[in-house]
Design a protein around this ligand. Structure first.
Ligand code: CS2
Length: 484
């Protein structure tokens, strides 16, 4: 049996190794949510920054839910392999800055102690949209969110992201320790501002003076993050083993492209991420909108159409010339809702996205992207659609995307086979459409009433809702994907 990846010695020469002395590295960052995306983006950027500029920016990670990744990382002394896949081949790079992993559900007090350690100067997050507990209609705290409700009732024994951050900051304040910088790396527009609002809302409810202290002392930089990262599969683990000579249960795979734009506003320093290629700016919003609307919006469009049309991976959808052309059309429609983005030509950006989606070496499941639609639609599709309509655009590709989501939300393939929606609001969706006839008109009318999801400017636009209903009717009749 092959040895496990645990040290950097004796690895196959095909593996690229961290270019610094890991034994000297001390913790500076606590990261919540060590999923594949974090391991393909934040951790490699930090690895490269430490290699160039040093600094005590080792990362401790904490899983708030499942233990597997944390356990595998601890078994491997924090080491794991990142595979970068392209049609020219696969490169293996061992990533070094993770020092320890915690599992919050196993030892919540231990995680609170880490949040209080003055060495931890940044608490970063990749926890997915649904973990924030945001009410999409108001942008404030969703008091019905399970973690938010539990943490408000029991604020010193948190289980959710906002509860942990607020309790950590509160402990620091009580002990006179400088605050850490919370750093959101999730696909939300103005993710730092969103996080700030939720943290302040929560703090206000538990202790208004804590709210004031946070407001006065804690920066919440926003970031735009980008790297396509399919979930790991057997092929990931096998290739990691082949290229490093070690078994690696925390291996991940990703594309060559990577981008990070960060607002340079930190309470107590940061790694030299700019040396690793990150762009440090004063305002990230133009980049975020571009990425959410052009990349993620088109991704969701392709994921829903592709999944219901029987395509397993985005690269397969891109092989369908009609769907690839539709994606391109949608990217251009999304671009028309954007202000100029410094240093970026939006036509070139769209062409680059098309090439990234088509990368034959990346097996990115349509079903993976289809997940959590209710959490993704607003920023990716519904906000730009609202703006497009207000500017006299017909927002047709948005209507196709929303119809495709609605077709997906029925939870049943054309042959009657059912699938799980994998959406925190799946129960509400199922209840809304349970007794509704399977017509475009009836299903769209029912789903338009899902509380808080669709802005009134969209549901009040008769021509647009009719367009959604017509397109949904076509998709219900025939999921072989007629060319729109
Ligand atoms: C995807 C994103 O799963 C999804 O919803 O659209 O994860 C996408 O791959 C990344 O944002 C790319 O940076």
């Amino acid at each position: 049996m092959t040895e496990r990846l645990q040290t950097l010695s004796g690895l196959a020469p095909t593996a690229k190794l961290p270019a610094y002395d890991r034994d000297q590295l001390k913790s500076g960052i606590l990261h919540l949510g060590p999923g594949a995306f974090f391991r393909a983006h934040f951790a490699p950027f930090t690895d490269a920054a430490i290699a160039v500029s040093g600094g005590d920016w080792g990362i401790e990670v904490a899983s708030l839910r499942t233990a597997d990744v944390a356990d595998h990382l601890n078994e491997q002394n924090g080491l794991y392999t990142m595979l970068i896949r392209d049609t020219s081949g696969t490169v293996a790079q061992v990533i070094g800055p993770i020092l320890r992993a915690h599992v919050a559900t196993r030892d919540p007090a231990g995680l609170l102690d880490r949040l209080e350690d003055p060495a931890i100067r940044i608490v970063s997050l990749t926890v997915t949209e649904k973990a924030y507990g945001m009410d999409t209609a108001t942008g404030g705290l969703d008091l019905n969110h399970a973690d938010v409700a539990a943490d408000l009732a029991n604020r010193h024994a948190p289980r959710g992201v906002i509860g942990y951050l607020v309790d950590g900051l509160s402990r620091r304040r009580a002990k006179g320790i400088a605050p850490f910088t919370p750093l959101s790396c999730d696909n939300l527009p103005s993710n730092g501002a969103v996080l700030k609002r939720l943290v302040l809302d929560f703090a206000e409810r538990v202790d208004p003076s804590l709210r004031q202290w946070i407001e006065a002392n804690v920066p919440f930089p926003s970031t735009m993050v980008d790297r396509i990262t399919p979930a790991s599969t057997e092929a990931t683990y096998q290739d990691a083993e082949r290229l490093t000579g070690r078994q690696d249960l925390a291996a991940i795979e990703t594309e060559p492209f990577t981008q990070w734009v960060i607002e340079d506003h930190f309470a107590d320093g940061r790694p030299a991420w700019e040396k690793a290629g990150a762009l440090m700016v004063t305002d990230v919003s133009a980049y975020e909108k571009m990425k959410l609307r052009m990349l993620n919006g088109a991704h969701s469009l392709l994921a829903y159409l592709g999944y219901i049309g029987g395509y397993e991976f985005i690269r397969d959808v891109m092989d369908d010339a009609g769907l690839a052309a539709l994606a391109y059309r949608h990217m251009h429609a999304a671009a028309r809702t954007l202000d100029a983005v410094p240093g970026i030509d939006l036509d070139d950006y769209a062409s680059e996205l098309i090439a990234r989606f088509a990368n034959k070496a990346i097996a990115h499941r349509t079903y993976q992207i289809a997940m959590d639609g209710t959490q993704k639609l607003p920023q990716r599709l519904l906000e730009p659609a609202t703006e497009a309509l207000a500017h006299g655009d017909k927002a047709e590709t948005y209507a196709i995307a929303v119809a495709a989501w609605m077709r997906y939300a029925i939870g049943e393939h054309g042959n009657g086979e059912r699938y799980e929606l994998r959406d925190p609001r799946a129960g509400e969706i199922a209840a809304l459409i349970a007794d509704v006839p399977r017509t475009g008109l009836a299903i769209s009318a029912a789903l338009f009433t899902l509380p808080g999801l669709f802005p009134a400017a969209l549901t009040g636009n008769r021509a647009w809702t009719q367009d959604v209903s017509d397109k949904l009717e076509i998709l219900i009749q025939d999921d072989r994907l007629p060319l729109f």
